[in-house]
Design a binder for this molecule. Structure first.
Ligand SMILES: Nc1ncnc2c1ncn2[C@@H]1O[C@H](COP(=O)(O)OP(=O)(O)OP(=O)(O)O)[C@@H](O)[C@H]1O
Ligand SMILES: [Mg+2]
Length: 259
């Protein structure tokens, strides 16, 4: 089966800021993701993870190489790829419900059964009682659930998540992680998930890739063969953790400025 995401030889350099030299961010990155796969991407800060995700989302373009989604080059954003950022991009002047209505209309997904679907989604993400609330009245976790609800509303087969739980407290983060796994098991959406946390990557993903410091390249591509629900205290979990940390530690050392 051909991969849903097919990235080959991707390169990206940003122009230098105010006379500084150009910044080479991605160097010949190749990555293939199969339909329904839950893939986590890790790597030191500034290695180009968000740049990669932005290219897949259609917010940015590579200088060279190919980024294909279902065999088609990505040239723009699209409802087939839903995005969740660390900083929730919700419309602050719209209620919870209106945020979903707007997303569905904008994606051309509005239909006679849309109101019923919105109700079902609000129930699924635990925000039914907050239908009329504005984003500023929601907690960080609730806002992220709404951002995920928006992807459910437009029914994107692919979810692109850039450290979506990074700003949340540990308890809320744990709840959202467990819920994301449940959602993935229900819907089998393809998920590309960026994180800094080894535990988070191993709790969530079927496969973890690690990138080098800028310009980012993939140095580890590991299939995670652990039963679910995953238990972060088992020796098997910790063996995977050791394997990833052993790759990440030298990578981090390389990325630290020499003092
Ligand atoms: N629009 C831009 N213009 C110029 N430089 C940029 C732009 N976007 C990103 N960069 C630079 O590209 C590099 C990679 O940035 P990117 O945001 O992809 O890293 P990241 O791996 O997501 O880091 P973090 O883990 O901190 O989120 C950084 O050095 C950043 O300054
Ligand atoms: Mg980033």
């Amino acid at each position: 089966m051909s991969p849903v995401l097919d990235i080959t030889g991707l390169c990206k350099t940003f122009a230098g800021h105010k006379g500084h030299p150009p910044v080479r961010v991605l160097d010949q990155v190749s990555l293939h993701q199969r339909e329904g796969e839950f893939l986590a991407v890790m790597g030191p800060s500034g290695c180009g993870k968000s740049t990669l995700l932005n290219i897949v989302a259609g917010f940015d373009r590579a200088d060279s190489g190919d980024c294909l989604v279902r065999g088609r080059p990505v040239v723009d954003t699209g409802p087939d790829r839903g995005v969740v950022f660390q900083e929730y991009a919700l419309f602050p002047w719209m209620t919870v419900e209106r945020n979903l209505v707007f997303a569905m209309r904008a994606a051309g997904k509005w239909s006679a059964d849309a109101p019923a679907r919105i109700t079902a989604i609000l129930k699924r993400i635990g925000l039914e009682a907050f239908r009329e609330a504005f984003p500023k009245h929601l907690s960080g976790g609730m806002r992220q659930r709404l951002a995920i609800g928006r992807i459910l509303a437009i029914d994107s087969p692919m979810m692109l998540m850039d450290e979506p739980f990074g700003a949340l407290d540990a308890l809320t983060r744990g709840l959202l992680q467990a819920d994301l796994v449940a959602l993935w098991q229900e819907t089998r959406k393809t998920i590309l998930f960026i994180t800094h946390s080894v535990d988070e990557a191993l709790f969530l993903a079927e496969r973890v890739v690690v990138m080098t410091p800028r310009p980012g390249k993939i140095v580890l591509d590991l299939r995670i063969d652990l039963p679910r629900p995953r238990d972060i205290t088992t020796p098997e979990f910790n063996r995977y953790k050791r394997e990833i940390i052993d790759v990440i530690n030298p990578v981090l050392r390389l990325s630290e400025p020499v003092t």
